[in-house]
Ligand binder design. Structure first.
Ligand code: GUN
Length: 283
């Protein structure tokens, strides 16, 4: 058996097409959706990610501005920029690219962004709404993208057994909450570095979401035949390539598999675009 490869890029492009129509409607009403991205320092990977986000804005006719700050930027400097963007009524979405410079507390930044402009979905008010089952908030982009891939491609999530590998604030935790929420109704286990026998948990799972950041960790013999395997990992290899958390051998066992690159990555960016349009619509 060979897994169906879930084409995240194609799905993202079809989403962007729908978003362009919503942007047109907004523009007819005199609103130009606008995303502001703040990047501090010269981390090459972050610069590539930000460029990709700007290109997606262009494709969706979303205005983008970029605020470049030096690598010795302090928390106070970033908070000052965030306060200006919060007060600027022409800006609908604010994203401060991670990782922030050393010593800068990203949780403080996440809490400083207006929840209405929090297109990353990291503000405690937005994450709190998710816990409460209130769908009116902005949701984190990577888990939203993963959920959309699962909903579009699989036959049903209700009652499915899902294992989320990793408990990060950005992916693992919100992913688990979204899978367990009413209407999606998966039965979710979160596995992490202290979990005993995560492999046995995975072997029982209909859905495995790997978000651990260690290349090729999830092996073929961890996976139940036919399971839906989502690879959120993206690590740089020595030869300049990219590797996911899932070993290539999994393709022979899984029913569906999201590739790296071309799977979760483009969907994350599409959900960022969707959050920006939603923020502009809910003015
Ligand atoms: N760095 C890598 N991914 C992300 C993301 O989704 N949001 C932000 N703000 N920074 C990132």
């Amino acid at each position: 058996m060979s897994a169906l490869i879930v084409d995240g890029k194609a799905l993202a492009l079809s989403l962007e097409k729908e978003l362009r129509e919503r942007v047109e409607t907004l523009k007819e009403k005199g609103v130009s959706p606008h995303l502001a991205v703040v990047i501090a320092g010269d981390d090459p990977a972050s610069h590539v990610y930000v460029r990709n986000k700007q290109r997606a804005c262009e494709r969706c006719s979303i205005l983008s501005s970029r605020i470049d700050l030096p690598s010795n930027t302090t928390l106070e400097d970033i908070l000052e920029v965030v306060a200006e963007l919060n007060a600027d009524s022409s800006v609908h979405g604010i994203l401060v690219q991670s990782p922030a410079p050393e010593g800068v507390d990203e949780l403080v930044i996440a809490s400083a962004i207006s929840p209405k402009k929090d297109v990353d979905g990291f503000h405690p008010a937005n994450l709190g709404k998710l816990v409460q089952g209130d769908t009116s908030g902005l949701l984190p982009c990577t888990p939203s993208g993963v959920l959309m891939m699962l909903e579009k491609k699989s036959t049903g999530l209700s009652g499915a057994k899902a294992v989320v590998l990793g408990r990060s604030r950005i992916v693992g935790m919100p992913m688990a909450l979204m899978l367990a929420q009413r209407g999606v109704d998966a039965t979710v286990t979160i596995a992490h570095s202290r979990t005993e026998d995560a492999v046995a948990l995975c072997r029982e799972a209909d859905i495995v979401v790997a978000a651990i950041g260690r290349p090729h960790t999830v092996k073929a013999d961890w996976i139940k035949p036919g399971a839906f395997v989502v690879d959120v990992g993206i690590s740089r290899t020595g030869d300049g390539g990219l590797a996911g958390d899932v070993d290539p051998g999994v393709e022979e066992v899984a029913g569906w598999l999201t590739p790296v690159p071309g799977g979760v990555g483009p969907m994350t960016i599409a959900m960022l675009m969707a959050n920006t349009v939603s923020a502009a619509e809910s003015l």
